[in-house]
Ligand binder design. Sequence first.
Ligand code: CO8
Length: 258
Amino acid sequence: MSYETILLDKREAVGIITLNRPKAMNALNNQLMDELTAALRDLEGDDEIGCILITGSDKAFAAGADIKQMADKSYRDVFMEDFISANWEEASRVRKPIIAAVAGYALGGGCELAMMCDFIIAADTAKFGQPEITIGVIPGAGGTQRLTRFIGKSKAMDMVLTGRHMDAAEALASGLVARVVPADDLLDVALDAAEKIAGFSRPAVMIAKESVNRAYETTLNEGMRFERRVFHSLFAFEDQSEGMAAFIEKRRPQFKNR
Ligand code: CO8
C-alpha cells in the first residue's frame, strides 16, 4: 500500500512511521489517521518487526486533529460517524511496543496520539498541550483521561483549562515523557531504544507491555496476580531457557521469539 500522509520505513526489526503533512503541521485528518491505522496493522502483522516508532518533523509531531476538516461538522455528523473512535485508538490497541519520538508541537490530538504510544522520547524543542479549549471544545481522544493519569489532576486541569503549552523540561519533570534529548539526537536515540527492545524476546516484550498497561486498568492486587500469571507463562517459551542459559554461559542470548 502506498501512503500520502505518512512515510513507512522498515529498518530491520523496527518499523518507523513518520507523520508527513508538512504544510499543515502534521494535523491529523481522516486520511492520515486511516493511513496510520493501516501502517500500524501492517507492522503488527509483520513477523520481522519487534518495535514501532512514530515520529513527525522537526517542527511538529502533530498539531492536533485537522481543525479545517472538523470546523463544519454538526452534532449529527460527529455522532453518526462516531467521530474519532473509528480509528483513533488503533495505536493503543497494538500489542507490540510503540515509541513516540516527539520534536516540536504535540498539541491536542497530537499530544493524545503520543500518549497512546508506550512511552515518549522528546526532543528539547518539544511542546505539549491540549489547546482544544481555545477553539471551543475539549480533548476527545484521551486528553482529559490519559494526561490526568500521567501528570496528575492539578497539572492536567491547568493544561486542559488554560490550553497552555508545556515545554520538554516540564514534560519530563511531570512524568509525561520518559526522556529529553537534544533535537539533533532524537531519531538516533529513539531508534537505539527501539532496536534494543526489538532485540529482546518478543513474547516477553509483549507480555511486559500488557502487564504495565494492566496497572492502569485494575487494582494493585489484581494487577499483581495478573503479573504473576503472565510471569509464569513466560516459562512456556524457549526464549526463557535461552535467556537464562546465555546469562550463565556469559554469552549473548539468541532469542527465537518462541
Ligand atoms: N488543523 C489544521 N491545520 C492546522 C492545524 C490543525 N490542528 N495546526 C496548524 N495548521 C495549519 C495552519 O492552519 C497553517 O496552514 P496555512 O499555512 O494554510 O494557514 C499551517 O498549519 C502552519 O500553521 P501556523 O501558520 O499556525 O504555524 P505557527 O508556527 O504560527 O503555529 C501552531 C503553530 C502553534 C501549532 C498553530 O498552528 C496552532 O495553534 N495550531 C492548532 C493547535 C490546536 O488547536 N490543536 C488542537 C486541535 S483540536 C484537537 O486536536 C481535538 C482532538 C480531538 C480528538 C481527535 C478528533 C479527530
